[in-house]
Design a protein around this ligand. Structure first.
Ligand SMILES: C/C(=C\C(=O)SCCNC(=O)CCNC(=O)[C@H](O)C(C)(C)COP(=O)(O)OP(=O)(O)OC[C@H]1O[C@@H](n2cnc3c(N)ncnc32)[C@H](O)[C@@H]1OP(=O)(O)O)C(=O)O
Length: 360
């Protein structure tokens, strides 16, 4: 009788076997397709705390009941970053497990009431568009609108539009026009076009941001600063956090396959990089409530051993809030840039958040 575990026999068996593949190719997506994702998870307090602690997000309203009550929550709620990461994680099996790159995301919003531990998450996606990549014939570019819903009430808890490069079954011929070098000739000749002065807010309250923007106004200045903290990527951030959101992307946990990829190693889940940078930024402000995120991009890979730092630019401040009373908070729009130990940007995006007033 054949011993299938004999190494030579087994090597031959592997060679003869077809692989039962996971994930979808670019050709499997068509504009308008609706996908109800089978996976789901319960948004739990330990899950929330695991995500928030490893990404250095320490806002007490998400940890302590008295601080939650003070902010108007019934109990410490699920943080929008963990909700966003869990919503995306659940989609990976259907949308991006085949591989490719998470290019960007925009219009990240949280339309419902605060989300509390015990909520069961159900997720659906719609194909918004498909496009040829002119620079990479082996990939196509797909954009989806994804909604994370309360499985019991069907309320939308988190919604966003996300774009990935997805491998094609068959590469196509392209004109290569997308492979042009970046950066203008003027920029190369004159150096970067930056303001002469960077203004730093005196504190983290709404009034501090307003004051800093006023100090920078009508001058060659910007309100921009870096945050001191950094977080070196390790097994927990690279592999454990994405797996805890049911994210099956091989990029984060299969060293064997990733050894042959452009990064040569497993890489950090984009939402971990982003939450870490946002955690650094939030540690220097008095956040009241997250409103939304736009124009998010992932510029290069982050891998184990890399350290994620953050840089913030304050774009505008408005003395109003979308819900509740504006005597407690005002709205600030930021640009956050995550960068690595070599000062290379790895993530950027704009964020709108309500920031507590000093008088509160
Ligand atoms: C979740 C999850 C996976 C992950 O979390 S993976 C970790 C996060 N993502 C990354 O680490 C990606 C890091 N980025 C890169 O390594 C490079 O940016 C990348 C993706 C290799 C692209 O580099 P290029 O220099 O080739 O970049 P281009 O600017 O030329 O873009 C290539 C084409 O893509 C189009 N494109 C770029 N961004 C967007 C966007 N936001 N929306 C739409 N299209 C975009 C761009 O126009 C280029 O198109 P061509 O026609 O010229 O090819 C998971 O599983 O999802």
């Amino acid at each position: 009788m054949t011993d299938w575990t004999d190494p030579d026999t087994f090597a031959q068996a592997l060679e003869n076997a077809d692989t039962r593949e996971k994930g979808n190719y670019f050709e499997d997506f068509a504009e308008g397709d609706l996908l109800a994702h089978d996976l789901g998870l319960t948004l739990s307090r330990p899950g929330n705390e695991g995500w928030m602690s490893q990404t250095l997000n320490h806002d007490p309203a998400y940890w302590r009941t008295d601080a939650a009550h003070e902010r108007g929550f019934d109990e410490p709620p699920i943080h929008p970053d963990y909700l966003t990461a869990a919503t995306l994680g659940i989609t990976v099996e259907d949308l991006s497990e085949k591989g490719g790159y998470f290019l960007g995301r925009t219009d990240v919003r949280f339309p419902g009431a605060p989300v509390y531990p015990g909520t069961e998450l159900r997720v659906e996606s719609e194909v918004v568009s498909t496009a040829t990549s002119s620079s990479r014939p082996e990939y196509g570019i797909v954009t989806w609108r994804t909604r994370g819903k309360d499985a019991q009430t069907d309320d939308v808890l988190c919604s966003y539009e996300r774009t990935n490069m997805i491998p094609r079954r068959e590469p196509v011929a392209t004109d290569g026009s997308g492979a042009a070098a970046s950066g203008s000739e003027d920029e190369a000749a004159d150096g970067p076009d930056l303001p002469a002065e960077f203004v730093v807010p005196d504190g983290g309250y709404f009034e501090d941001f307003v004051d800093a923007l006023e100090r920078a106004a009508d001058r060659d200045a910007a309100v921009a600063y870096r945050h001191e903290r950094g977080r070196t990527q390790d097994d927990v951030t690279v592999a454990a956090l994405p797996l805890a959101t049911l994210n099956t992307a091989k990029q984060h946990h299969n060293v064997d396959v990733m050894a042959d990829s452009p990064s040569g190693d497993i890489v950090t889940y984009g939402d971990v990089t982003r939450s870490t940078a946002l955690g650094h930024a939030r540690s220097d402000e008095r956040t009241w409530r997250e409103v939304g995120f736009d124009d998010e991009q992932f510029h290069t890979f982050v891998a184990a051993g890399d350290t994620v730092y953050a840089f913030t630019r304050v774009l505008e401040a408005e003395d109003e809030v979308s819900r509740g009373a504006s005597d407690r908070a005002g709205t600030v729009r930021f640009e956050h840039i995550a960068f690595n130990q070599d000062d290379e940007p790895v993530y950027s995006g704009t964020r709108t958040a309500e920031i507590r007033k000093r008088s509160d």
